[in-house]
Design a protein around this ligand. Structure first.
Ligand code: THU
Length: 133
């Protein structure tokens, strides 16, 4: 299967962002996670009236993919609209690291801006499963 392009992943994240359920913060986020076969798994943030139960777009995409049996990932695009490109929160960095030793993280917005990071630079010295051995 062909890999989606950088632009394809960004478009998928922006489209997923339109489906965000964020009535409290009004901060809409979309994510598009590419698996090892080039398939895209999307997610959006889903807020709860009990605010702490909110789930971020990145974890929605990751948990959807994992629940479908997918285990290996290449890239994630995260789309939001803020003055600076929005990075994954600390909780999402940990959970992404739980499932991806390394991952390309593309931050993007609806104005056509984007920047690429490696998860390892966003989340250096992670806690991970080797510590539990
Ligand atoms: N949010 C995400 O979905 N991903 C991020 O990377 C940052 C924050 C969501 C959670 C909440 O619904 C809203 O943005 C404001 O924090």
């Amino acid at each position: 299967m062909n890999s989606p392009t950088h632009a394809d992943l960004i478009a998928a994240a922006l489209e997923a962002r339109q489906r965000a359920h964020a009535p409290y913060s009004k901060f809409l986020v979309g994510a598009a996670l590419e698996d090892e076969h080039g398939r895209i798994h999307t997610g959006c943030n889903i807020e709860s009236a009990s605010y702490g139960l909110t789930i971020c777009a990145e974890r929605t995409a990751l948990f959807k993919a994992i629940s479908m049996g997918v285990r290996n990932f290449r890239r994630i695009a995260v789309a939001a609209d803020s003055p600076q490109l929005t990075p994954p929160c600390g909780a999402c960095r940990q959970v992404l690291r739980d499932h991806c030793r390394e991952l390309e993280v593309i931050l993007c917005n609806p104005r056509g801006e984007s920047k690429v990071f490696q998860l390892s630079e966003l989340f250096p010295y992670p806690f991970h499963d080797d510590f539990l051995a």
